[in-house]
Design a protein around this ligand. Structure first.
Ligand SMILES: C[S@@+](CC[C@H](N)C(=O)[O-])C[C@H]1O[C@@H](n2cnc3c(N)ncnc32)[C@H](O)[C@@H]1O
Length: 248
């Protein structure tokens, strides 16, 4: 399944010029923007591991010449002059910032007047059972402290909160909308396996589980997913993300 938000950001961003992707991770969105025709996309991230994954992803791609990945921290002054980019995007990273308004102000500084700022954040946890139920199942079996991963999930993702934070950074034309998707999986084991592949936090937790702990977590998860079970026993789990578009 295409990662929720990537095609929506690509559709919303103007590709006439140079685009910054803040907290680019393994450069999925970065590359998708280059694929859409942007002449230059610069991804920044603080994680060597994620940047390395990104470099591997772009290495053999025909658009690799249009993508630059740089180690930089969006909580500090970015190594770019004012107005360097025609647009800045950030998917699922802003909620990690200690001071998201300051981070957005810095994205605003490096984006040209009239340029776009587009961010995506997971909507609050109650709208994302695909994420919260596995975490709750793990917490019930191994304790909330060991299962205390991805605490920032859902932070700032409410429509009002997301709008307020972007406006507080001095951005104009702020519009927040909800993107929805359903994750269809065969059963709880399929859900767990998919999430371990997708979510680094869960992968690290899973690596610490004994065989019996993992089996108990899946049993508990099976008990928790009652509302999400379809007639054929498969699972249909809602996912919701907040997409914010604004101008400098
Ligand atoms: C959940 S991942 C999202 C990655 C990517 N944007 C995507 O949509 O797949 C969040 C990313 O933000 C990065 N990050 C966290 N704090 C950061 C900071 N202060 N400056 C730059 N990147 C940061 C992390 O290393 C991680 O790669």
């Amino acid at each position: 399944m295409a990662p929720l938000g990537v095609s929506e950001i690509v559709a919303a961003v103007s590709i006439d010029g140079s685009v910054l992707d803040a907290g680019c991770g393994s450069a999925r969105l970065t590359l998708a923007i280059a694929d859409a025709g942007a002449a230059e996309v610069v991804g920044i991230d603080t994680s060597d591991e994620r940047l390395m994954q990104g470099r591997e992803r772009i290495a053999t791609h025909p658009m690799s010449g249009r993508v630059k990945l740089i180690e930089a921290d969006f909580e500090r002054t970015l190594p770019f002059p004012a107005g360097r980019f025609s647009a800045s995007v950030s998917r699922l990273a802003l909620m990690i910032a200690v001071d998201p308004v300051a981070t957005l102000r810095e994205l605003r500084r490096v984006t040209a007047p009239g340029g776009q700022i587009i961010t995506a954040l997971w909507a609050p946890v109650n709208e994302n059972p695909w994420f919260t139920l596995p975490r709750a199942a793990a917490a019930a079996v191994i304790g909330p402290e060991r299962a205390d991963y991805a605490r920032a999930f859902g932070r700032l993702g409410g429509l009002e909160e997301a709008t307020r934070v972007h406006r507080a950074a001095g951005l104009a034309d702020v519009q927040a909308t909800t993107l929805r998707q359903t994750l269809d999986v065969r059963d709880v084991a399929g859900l767990w396996t998919w999430m371990v592949g997708e979510i680094g936090h869960l992968r690290r937790l899973d690596a610490t589980l004994s065989v019996s702990e993992r089996a108990a977590v899946l049993d508990e998860l099976g008990r928790l997913v009652t509302d999400e079970r379809a007639d054929d026993g498969s699972l249909r789990l809602p996912r919701a993300m907040t997409l914010v578009t604004a101008t400098v």
